[in-house]
Write a protein that binds this ligand. Structure first.
Ligand code: GRF
Length: 197
């Protein structure tokens, strides 16, 4: 059985990317990362990818004033590298219907809340400000809405009385690193290449 080809989109430190790389290297995820695309030239995620011997591409948003042109560039890079499943790992740019349609039902995202609670930015801060006692992590398929696509996997995280955004985020991140490779493995189990059974 051949491995599914992944493309990972990043903007920042890339700890989730690292968790995926580690899961592949440990034999827990049957996939290959074909390339990592960043919209930030200095994203540490790019460094992590290079260290792992993965092809990286920085696509500068300033070169593409129109979002659709930017996304066309991403899609052509993903297609040129035979990417079958797109993984958003801290990619801080909203995707338009153009991109979502190009990889329909084949884009995953991880969000640091139990969706549909606390979508959008600063989910941990939203949870603390609301005063919930339990929040968590969601992996979902990306559709045209903001953090609205079908949920693949969720895991709860208790909010402790003294939690700050940092302490809560740090605890949640450990769960993110467990759940994202697991959720990707689950999806891959449903999308084995035809003729490869
Ligand atoms: C994570 O908290 C993830 O849930 C959110 O963006 C952050 C990315 O962190 N979507 P990292 O770049 O993977 O370390």
């Amino acid at each position: 059985m051949s491995d599914i080809s992944l493309g990972v989109l990043v903007s920042g430190r890339g700890s989730n990317l690292q968790a995926i790389i580690d899961a592949i290297n440990d034999g827990n995820l049957n996939a290959n990362i074909m390339l990592v695309i960043s919209n930030q030239e200095n994203a540490y995620a790019l460094e992590r990818a290079r260290k792992a011997g993965i092809k990286t591409i920085f696509i500068n948003p300033q070169d593409y004033p129109l979002q659709q042109d930017y996304e066309q560039q991403m899609v052509s890079q993903l297609e040129a590298n035979n990417v079958e499943l797109v993984i958003l790992a801290g990619f801080m740019r909203i995707l338009t219907p153009y991109f979502v349609n190009a990889y329909q039902n084949r884009i995953l995202n991880i969000h640091p809340a139990l969706l549909p609670s606390f979508p959008g930015l600063h989910a941990q801060k939203q949870a603390l400000e609301y005063g919930v006692m339990v929040t968590g992590v969601t992996v979902h398929v990306v559709d045209e809405g903001m953090d609205t696509g079908p949920i693949i996997m969720q895991r709860a995280v208790d909010v402790l009385p003294d939690d700050t955004v940092d302490s809560l985020s740090e605890r949640m991140l450990k769960i993110e690193h467990q759940i994202y490779p697991e959720a990707i493995a689950q999806i891959i189990g449903h999308m084995r290449p035809v003729g490869d059974l």
